[in-house]
Design a protein around this ligand. Structure first.
Ligand code: PMP
Length: 419
């Protein structure tokens, strides 16, 4: 019997007992782009664990690899031991992801989650520079632990801390000022002004596309200007690629298109490829000042995750096929969203690759669209400071038929809500 009494889960009122979302059902099984609930009803998953399932649920190629590893009594918990699974991952990530892109980074395993990676990046930047403050952006999201929350720009989430956070300087994200690409000279003037009280920060932390913040896309020119500011002032540049990395925007790293080379990169979510907890921090070699034991954690080395992560890279990143596919499918979503935006007042669209937002000027409409879509078997989530954006993150490996089917459901839901 797969039936679970609904009352063990809470809904919106409290998230204490469960991280329950607006989807009022109990899910049970999942395969590819589909989830099944305990009543046997099927849903297309355009949420995909907020970008943790870029290769779909229970991807058969990764599953076979994992089953073989477990059948052979492969190590599951290896803490800081050197293991074959970990070694293979490091070799594969270096030779197939970093080297072909001309990137030279040391790889640190900070702990299992995105927030762990962000904490580690912030600590390292402060330790390397001996400076305290971090620059972060309006609408940024970097995680819920105290350091990561300090650089998160959402007042409601910050309020949950209850106490003052680590010192961070908020800056306007790209497009805050109506499409003007800044050179950041204004920031340097404030920095040089002894009357401003601003100390030189240790680092800037930025998402190239703000996922939780409402699919806000930073333009390549803006990212390059930001990198130049960092170089001029000897400030470290951290790109948080937890949600946009691993192919979401079309390239493996979301910053590739802009041609910038961050000092530190955080990755998590889809890096294991199988929805298993795993995170990485990539560090320019000269910045590796950790001494052994200075940043440790019991679940830093998830060996089954190394196994699926290695297989995912071998399978999907050996050539440019997946990249081309992501761009093509992303264009398809963009087409549908553009069509809806031209036909309906108060709608617009933004995004890159396979992260796309449909923006409503009336906040409640986006939630209504998601609720209506759920009724027709599609999972999609809202994002943005007022939940005014329907954000789509389908698995990158979704079939064209399933993508079109989901987009049809979404388009019909929009028509129903805005009619
Ligand atoms: N950084 C970014 C950009 C994210 O989107 C998220 C999660 N939504 C995090 C960090 C935090 O990751 P986690 O929830 O695994 O701690």
């Amino acid at each position: 019997d797969q039936h679970i009494n609904d009352s063990v889960f809470t809904t919106h009122e409290s998230e204490v007992r469960s991280y329950c979302r607006s989807w009022p059902t109990v899910f049970n099984r999942a395969s590819g782009s589909w989830l099944t609930d305990s009543d046997g009803r099927e849903y297309l998953d355009f949420f995909a664990g907020a970008g943790s399932l870029n290769y779909g649920h229970n991807n058969p190629i990764l599953k076979a690899e994992l089953i073989e590893y477990l059948t052979d009594d492969g190590i599951t918990h290896g803490l800081d031991m050197a293991t074959v699974a970990k070694g293979r991952f490091i070799e594969t990530f270096t030779s197939k992801v970093l080297e072909p892109r001309g990137l030279d980074y040391k790889i640190q395993f900070p702990g299992p989650t995105g927030a762990n990676a962000v904490e580690s990046a912030l600590k390292l930047a402060r330790k390397v520079t001996g400076r305290e403050s971090i620059i972060s952006f309006t609408n940024a999201f970097h995680g819920m632990t105290l350091g990561a929350l300090s650089v998160t720009g959402n007042s409601m989430k910050r309020a949950g801390a209850g106490i003052p956070l680590v010192h961070a300087t908020p800056m306007p994200f790209d497009n805050y000022f109506d499409g003007v690409v800044e050179d950041f000279n204004w920031f340097e003037r404030v920095l040089d002004d002894s009357g401003s009280g601003l100390n030189r920060p240790a680092a800037v932390i930025v998402e190239t596309v703000q996922g939780e913040g409402g699919v806000n896309v930073a333009r390549a020119e803006w990212l390059r200007a930001l990198e130049q500011l960092c170089r001029r002032r000897d400030i470290l540049l951290i790109v948080d690629d937890v949600q946009m990395g691993c192919g979401r925007t079309g390239e493996f790293f979301s910053f590739e298109e802009a041609g910038i080379k961050p000092d530190i990169v955080t990755l998590s979510k889809s890096i294991s490829g199988y929805g298993l907890p795993m995170a990485l921090v990539l560090i320019k070699p000269e910045l590796d000042v950790w001494t052994p034991g200075e940043h440790n954690g019991t679940f830093r080395g998830n060996n089954p995750a190394f196994v699926t992560a290695t297989k995912a890279i071998d399978t999907y990143w050996a050539d440019g096929t997946l990249s081309a596919d992501v761009h093509r499918k992303g264009e398809r979503i963009h087409e549908v969203f553009t069509d809806l935006s031209t036909r309906h007042e108060g709608l617009s669209t933004r995004g890159r690759g396979m992260v796309r937002g449909l923006v409503f000027d009336e906040a409640t409409a986006a939630s209504k669209v998601c609720a209506t879509a759920f009724g027709s078997g599609l999972l999609a989530e809202t994002s943005g400071p007022s939940d005014e954006v329907v954000k789509l993150l389908p698995p990158l490996t979704i079939t064209d038929d399933d993508l079109n089917r989901g987009l049809d459901i979404l388009a019909r839901s929009v028509e129903e809500v805005v009619a």
